[in-house]
Design a protein around this ligand. Sequence first.
Ligand code: OXD
Ligand code: MN
Length: 590
Amino acid sequence: MATAMPRPATPMTPPKVVSDWVDHVAKITRPDRIHWCDGSEQEYQGLVRRMLASGDLVELNQQTHPGCYLHRSNPTDVARVEHLTFVCTHHSHDAGPNNNWMDPVDAKRLMTDLFRGCMKGRTLYVVPYCMGPIDSPYSRCGVEITDSAYVAANMKLMTRMGRAALERIGREGRFVKGLHSTGELDPDRRFIMHFPEELTIMSYGSGYGGNALLGKKCHALRIASWQARDEGWMAEHMLIVGIENPRGETHYIAAAFPSACGKTNLAMLIPPASMPGWKVWTVGDDIAWLQPGPDGRLYAINPEAGYFGVVPGTNAHTNRHAHEMISGDTIFTNVAVTADNQPWWEGLEDGIPAVDWQGRPYDASKGPAAHPNSRFTVSAKQNPSYSPKADAPEGVPISAVVFGGRRRELAPLVYQARNWAHGVLVGASVASETTAAATGKVGVVRRDPMAMKPFCGYNYGDYWAHWLSFAGKVEHLPKIFHVNWFRRDADGRFLWPGFGENLRVLEWIIGRCEGRAQAIETPIGFLPTAEALNLDGLDIDPATVRELLAVRPEPWRKELADIEEYIDSFDERTPRDLKAELADVKRRLA
Ligand code: OXD
Ligand code: MN
């Protein structure tokens, strides 16, 4: 079948390395047709038409939401599956205790058996893509082979997909190979396998974003983190945001928070009315690739070109820009719909759900109308705060790196690490309550160093050593901070208003980067004094501010003991310098 298959449907001439691999895959998977994606608008419309005909997409109200469609996934396939995600390295130690590991030979045998004949009756889409601006030396390319039109259409929105990427691959000869099939969507025949030593991904049995849009978590984080360590850069689970002050000066901040902890909201923050003259520019909302730049600073690009964001909670008050940008040309996954076919989700301020995310008449006793991990896929260009620097091949210089988690207790609103090495410890200590972005229990506090627990493609011990190594390599490293927007009082109420008001915290962070803002030194790092935070126009009482900025030694001593146990679980790979930093904080707390 494969040899009789028509050559590319478009006049693109694929590089031989790519066409040989496609032929090889087609021999195993036996598709009826092969479609080489050129990334054109016409092609996207064709994919949409095909999915409307097959029922994979449902048309939403085109008067209120032009170009918007709904995909209802299989109800067992709604999130990332960390327990079915593997890093397959020759030595298990290289994957580390932070990853599930399988021997690469066994993993390939298992996957090849699953892929055998799986595309019979289906179309094989060849999706060439570039992660990062097409002309950036920091970008890297890949090709995803998939049998899902939904994946091909999402990849068009999420990456620089098509002809230009294929041309770049032709020039470079190197690309990440990602093979994907939705298979039978059977959770018992579902695996997401990574072979970082061969820059290869194999994903079977899921159509969900993080499992199936291979450019995102699989390539831009798991494989790229490995590649970055080898090549001297960093691939991180971070948003990138430009904060412009009323004097017109812009600082760029990269911030790592675990999944569904508000990265998209922070990246698109709307300044509060009481902070006139401030502007916020979105470079990226989920992933940052960071490289030492020629002037001794760390530069970041966003490898993605679109957003795959959590829908519930999005409204004109929580995230006005996201709310606006998803009113057209958006693919929704697993939201509910109103009687007149508009998308609906919990947290939307108007409309009534008529049909739930599974296509059933809405019945509140059956749970939320939209799935808690329902998503929008949209091109980043639709974001009203899209940064003019988002396509800059040189990236943007990073002034501050911010870590954060969802913690009801303990972690204060903000603190600054003493120096880079201490900041690496702060990043390694991130813990957060789990969310619906991955299958499993929601709301359990777990360690999530640098918000990379599900995404670091190698041993965390080696990863921390890589982070520490930048201290010798980059002259003007960013300052490192930790924030917590999620502190609650004894009645479970949030202490901090969050959203746009978070700009006040970013203002202090920028002030620290410029050497202006006041701080007091505590055992865990530098904290703002209540006076150093700009609280003008904010209705918050002084006792709440004191609580938000409190550092109590006893619970922190317990926290440090827990962090120590965690980082020691990476055995001899845990860098000695990281342990020394931890010992130093313990001494300060004693
Ligand atoms: C995401 C995630 O989809 O982190 O970005 O799960
Ligand atoms: Mn993410």
